[in-house]
Design a protein around this ligand. Sequence first.
Ligand code: TUI
Length: 314
Amino acid sequence: MKTKITELLGIEYPVIQGGMAWVAEHNLAAAVSNAGGLGLIGAASAPAEIVRDEIRKSRELTDKPFGVNVMLLNPNADEVAKVIVEEGVKVVTTGAGNPAKYMEMWKEAGVKVIPVVASVALARLMERGGADAVVAEGMESGGHIGQTTTIALVPQVCDAVNIPVIAAGGIADGRGMAAALMLGAQAVQMGTRFVVAKESIVHDNYKKKVIKASDIDSAVTGMSTGHPVRCLRNKMTRQYLELERSGADFMELEKLTLGSLRNAVIDGDVTDGTVMAGQISGLISEEKSCKEIVEEIVFEAKNIILTRGRLWER
Ligand code: TUI
């Protein structure tokens, strides 16, 4: 399935793995790239030397292109941005902010830059700043989110920019991928679907919670702090939302979530930990390999486009 994004990135299928904190490490990134998609290492809040190590470990597992996601709230983002250039990484995506200050350095080094945006305004700004593509991420996504849904955001971003658009948020199967392509996207990015991949190092408790979740099992915490985060409902989200309703201050809320994503992903504490996942969790019912996930979604999307494209004639 050739699109502007497969051409830009030199990959086989227009499927990108989200740069998820703690989840998107070298095993997952290499598995997605080996499956013909684009794997990403999520730098999240990691120190730059850990990111360097992850890049080198990915290289040992794949000779296909892979990328690094820079989370812009990371206090180590400046160093991570440099490590990306030093290690010759070919693709970078960014999240939770505006990557303008790194753009020139990355472009000069020949890195393809793909900011994740949650609004038309940031998409336009990124195109003007030299971005090669953007990921338009709807609020169905897990983790830090914007305010617009994927179905409303993607066509508006597609109309606003001339660079290719990748759709993200609420996509986990061929129907979602076909819909995203109909909206004008040239590829999809999936996070939650890859959390439950066989090669994902995420604790089994976390995977089981995603698999058991239904359509309405996620909640958004942090609306009051300006950093809304979607995660699956549990004791932590109930406490957090209660504190927010009672007007708790930022530090009190921060205390509740400090280290809580790691506790869920690595230690499997899905009661007091933060289980970031998207609204599409309800659709995900089994663990599959990255190769199965990538090939199935592309096969299904193609099939839908070919067979349901003129449904009014049947
Ligand atoms: O970044 C993400 N998803 C994330 S980051 C993350 S780590 C985190 N944990 C707790 C609080 C905050 C971060 C977990 N999940 N997705 C991409 C994304 N970017 N979604 C929304 C945005 C975004 C939001 C505001 C991008 C830019 C922006 O403002 C731009 C500006 O001008 O500052």
